[in-house]
Design a protein around this ligand. Structure first.
Ligand code: SAH
Length: 228
């Protein structure tokens, strides 16, 4: 099977590439894609660069050009729930775009034109993740993930997202990738390790914990590939 693995930042895919050998590098449509093999699967790995548009472009290229059959997103996120600590792992059950606002026309916040607010991930991939977590004694929590083109670093904005969407974690790519996957009918799994709490100190925490949290997520993904 050909599996795509996507991160937003270089730091999110570096720990994955470090575990692989015989990596082929391909430049296409303004981005670099890394091909490798693991556990009888062909992997195509890339980081999209931050944000919803960048991640939608890269996810589309993975689908259309590299013909991936499943997509796994690995990266970091800001935690909303009080019980989410730095380094904790969450997987998305569903995702939404918190900054998509057509409310002036009577649509609910996050409504994607001619579509819906929430996009689900693939239940089979989620089941595999739950099994991997259990086998490795890892506390993996299900989460509603809110994505937007904003780094959230204030309790006020965080609480609005929490109250409006019942979201548990915040990042900047997952929901746009989920929208792409729904168009291509491609099974998606989104994993995020907490890098900050989306509060006043989020920028400092992010810089401090990006690399360690990205590694936690990447290592889990490697274990997951072995179970697929
Ligand atoms: N330091 C970078 C910007 C990082 S943006 C620069 O200078 O360019 C944060 C990245 O991590 C995004 O890819 C997003 O998906 C995720 N993320 C982590 N914490 C977040 C938060 N509190 N709000 C939004 N995105 C967050």
């Amino acid at each position: 099977m050909t599996i795509g693995i996507l991160g937003a930042m270089r730091e999110e895919i570096t720990p994955l590439l470090a575990k692989l050998s015989n990596i082929e590098e391909i430049n296409y449509a303004g981005n670099t894609y890394y091909k490798a093999e693991l556990s009888n699967h062909n992997l195509v790995i890339a980081y999209s660069k931050i944000g919803k548009v960048n991640s939608a472009i890269t996810a589309s290229v993975l689908c259309e050009h590299f013909k991936i059959q499943k997509l796994i997103f690995s990266g970091v996120a800001g935690g909303i729930d009080e019980d989410l600590n730095i380094g904790d792992l969450v997987y998305a059950t569903k995702l939404l775009q918190h900054d998509l606002d057509l409310s002036a026309f009577g649509h609910p916040y996050g409504f994607v034109p001619e579509s819906k607010v929430f996009f689900e991930t693939d239940s089979k991939l989620c089941e595999i993740a739950i099994k991997v977590a259990k086998n490795n004694n890892i506390d993996l929590k299900p989460a509603i993930i809110a994505s937007g083109d904003q780094f959230i670093a204030s309790n006020e904005k965080k609480n609005w997202i929490k109250d409006t969407f019942k979201a548990n974690a915040i990042e900047m790519e997952g929901a746009s990738v989920a929208n792409v996957c729904s168009h291509f009918d491609l099974p998606l799994f989104v994993l995020r390790a907490i890098s900050d709490s989306a509060n006043d100190s989020a920028d400092m925490d992010f810089d401090k914990f990006l690399e360690t949290s990205a590694k936690v997520s990447a290592e889990f993904v490697i274990n997951m590939i072995k179970e697929i």
